[in-house]
Design a protein around this ligand. Structure first.
Ligand code: A4P
Ligand code: MG
Length: 189
């Protein structure tokens, strides 16, 4: 299992719902999510698009980094992401910030994500879930933030839920919980 850190961003549609749905779907895809930041409203880069909600999650992943990237791209598509201009508006953007302490530079994947140190929309939520020295980079997120400032990032009251267990869909979990409440009888009805 590799410790992974994933950044989430949304600036189209119901932004908070998109972030929550992304967490559910990346959990269903096999990421054991164990840390979820606050949700921050951030100024868009470039500026000619709606404001973003950004968050960062930590988790564990059993597989290589390219499989994780493929899983994240599937989740982006499931949430309605369509090809658009680079850095353009989107219902969801999922970026791998760190993959253990691996360094990768392939045409499809660069890890750590190359623009972490210059973006408050990444560093602010990252500082909540990884307060200590960052993999590979060594510095703490707050130290990097000191150099660039908050760039207008504002904490929202939105609280993202972390799914309790990966695997079964919510309806199946619900049926399982009812079975347990009834004393463990096996019938699903
Ligand atoms: N790719 C390479 N490395 C990675 C990685 N570590 N994680 C490749 C994920 N993908 C990676 O990404 C383009 C290609 O980058 C992918 O196909 C993958 O093979 P994309 O998500 O399709 O396009 P993008 O997001 O527009 O490009 P990019 O370079 O990922 O942009 P960024 O740096 O993610 O910036 N402003 C605010 N306030 N908040 C935001 O969240 N996000 C962006 C996107 C711009 N401005 C923003 C925000
Ligand atoms: Mg991206």
């Amino acid at each position: 299992m590799t410790r992974v850190v994933v950044a989430l961003g949304s600036n189209l549609g119901d932004r908070a719902a998109n972030l929550q749905a992304a967490i559910e779907l990346i959990t269903a895809a096999g990421v054991l999510v164990d840390g979820v930041s606050s949700v921050w409203e951030t100024e868009p880069i470039p500026a000619d698009q709606p404001a973003y909600l950004n968050a960062v999650v930590t988790g564990k992943w059993d597989g290589d980094a390219h499989r994780l990237l493929a899983a994240l791209k599937q989740v982006e598509q499931a949430l309605g992401r369509r090809p658009e201009r680079r850095w353009g508006p989107r219902p969801i953007d999922l970026d791998i910030l760190f993959f253990g302490d691996e360094q990768l530079d392939t045409p499809e994947l660069t890890v750590p994500h190359p623009r972490i140190a210059e973006r408050a929309f990444v560093l602010v939520p990252l500082s909540e879930v990884v307060p200590g020295p960052l993999p590979v980079l060594g510095a703490r997120a707050v130290e990097l933030l000191d150099r660039i400032g908050l760039q207008g990032a504002k904490r929202t009251g939105v609280a993202l839920r972390r799914p309790l267990t990966p695997g079964p869909a919510p309806a199946e979990r619900e049926r399982g919980a009812k079975r347990i409440a009834r004393g463990g009888e096996v019938s699903g009805r």
